[in-house]
Design a protein around this ligand. Structure first.
Ligand code: TYC
Length: 114
């Protein structure tokens, strides 16, 4: 049961209610692209301000949002910092890992299928 307009459902994908939309749509073979969570991991050495800067710079968070999310990672060990297509997620991970490496911080960033 779709509660809002979703072009993927409209184009004929199965949304859990057992049908695939209109007869015409049922012939189209569209698939939802898989999404990937990008995660940041805690460590004992990366400065908090550096993590905040990473979250602002690469994930478009405000300073307040970045600070709060950094604290979540610091306390819980890991947090999802965004959900993206495979290509965008890979780019984000590479950007963060490269930025951390260039600053000689052990910050780790990974991705996993949602
Ligand atoms: N735990 C780090 C410290 O106390 C801060 C930190 C937060 C590091 C989040 C990594 O993903 C991280 N300096």
């Amino acid at each position: 049961m779709a509660t809002r307009f979703d072009p993927w459902i409209a184009a004929g994908s199965e949304d859990g209610d057992g049908d695939t939309g209109t007869v015409l749509d049922a012939r189209t073979k569209t698939k939802k692209p898989p999404l990937y969570k990008v995660l940041i991991l805690n460590d004992d050495y990366t400065p908090m301000e550096f993590v905040v800067m990473v979250l602002e710079r690469f994930f478009g968070l405000t300073h307040a949002q970045a600070f709060e999310l950094m604290l979540t990672v610091h306390k819980k060990g890991v947090a999802v910092v965004g959900v993206f297509s495979h290509e965008i997620a890979e780019t984000k991970v590479a950007q963060v890992m490269d930025f951390a490496r260039r600053h000689q911080h052990p910050l780790q960033c990974t991705m996993e299928k949602e």
